[in-house]
Design a protein around this ligand. Structure first.
Ligand SMILES: C[S@@+](CC[C@H](N)C(=O)[O-])C[C@H]1O[C@@H](n2cnc3c(N)ncnc32)[C@H](O)[C@@H]1O
Length: 254
């Protein structure tokens, strides 16, 4: 199996789906046995049985605890969704919209959710004087990059985003802005040595790998910032409470 395919198969969402599929024959057999034994089981009961089996197997396969709840309720949610009898075209449209927004989230474990103005204010205060080069890795709709670009015309502000729709929106928003640019792609393929400040608002799942990449590539004097998520392995040099409250902003000097 190729390393890329192996990585996809190891993603928790893919493992959860495979577990649901693997449990189907067993729950089907159990429902059949229950019906033969004249035990009355309806569709909701069968869905709960399937979800329960999948949750037990997920616990055994050491998926994170929140996956157990998702596994338990997923078949019931499917049943409820089917019961709404919505037009198939609506399902397809919703699926495509979610796909364009969340794209590789099943693999990266980093969904889209925006940071917001309080975080941007805190980041702006930490930018070094002079013509800074700053990147938001996983730039979403581009809010942070465009905000910093407006505050600091002497700097160059970049964003890189995997998901097509947020990237397109940010690209269009940046058309009139000379010092902001957005790339579509994976930040793992970037060289962090090209930047003075790297900002991340990602998820706990990627923080250790992010720090390893940053330590290998970032130049002396540069700064890694992470909103909300700290790095377990490395105590931050800065911990800032943005004005007005909210999550903390962490920083590591190189
Ligand atoms: C929590 S959102 C943060 C959005 C934005 N930085 C902000 O502060 O509002 C994380 C974003 O990172 C993107 N992302 C996740 N993994 C990525 C990767 N490996 N390369 C590029 N973008 C990624 C997701 O698609 C998502 O839009």
């Amino acid at each position: 199996m190729s390393p890329a395919l192996l990585r996809i198969c190891k993603a928790p969402a893919v493992r959860a789906l495979l577990i649901q599929c693997a449990c189907l024959p067993l729950s089907y057999a159990l429902v059949w046995l229950l019906l033969r034994a004249a035990v009355d089981i309806d569709y909701a009961g069968a869905a709960l049985l399937q979800g329960g089996l999948a949750a037990v197997v997920s616990g055994w396969r050491r998926l994170a605890r929140w996956w157990l709840a998702i596994q338990l309720l997923f078949p019931l949610a499917l049943l409820g969704g089917a019961g709404l009898q919505l037009p198939p075209g609506l399902f397809l449209t919703l699926f495509l919209v979610f796909l364009l927004i969340f794209w590789s989230t099943f693999r990266t474990q980093v969904p889209y959710y925006p940071s917001g103005r309080r975080a941007w204010d805190a980041v702006a205060l930490l930018l070094p004087a002079g013509p800074v080069r700053c990147i938001d890795i996983g730039s979403g709709l581009g809010g942070l990059v465009l905000d910093l670009a407006a505050r600091r015309p002497d700097g160059v502000f970049s964003g890189i985003e995997l998901a097509p729709l947020p990237w397109l929106v940010s690209r269009l928003r940046a058309v009139p802005v000379a010092n902001a640019r957005f790339l579509r792609g994976d930040y793992e393929s970037l060289d962090f040595a090209d930047f003075d400040v790297v900002f991340a608002y990602l998820s706990p799942a990627v923080m250790t790998a992010l720090y390893e990449k940053a330590s290998a590539e970032m130049r002396p004097g540069s700064l890694l910032l992470s909103y909300e998520f700290c790095i377990a392995k490395k105590t931050p040099d800065l911990t800032i409470q943005p004005e007005g409250g909210g999550a903390l902003l962490y920083g590591w000097h190189f």
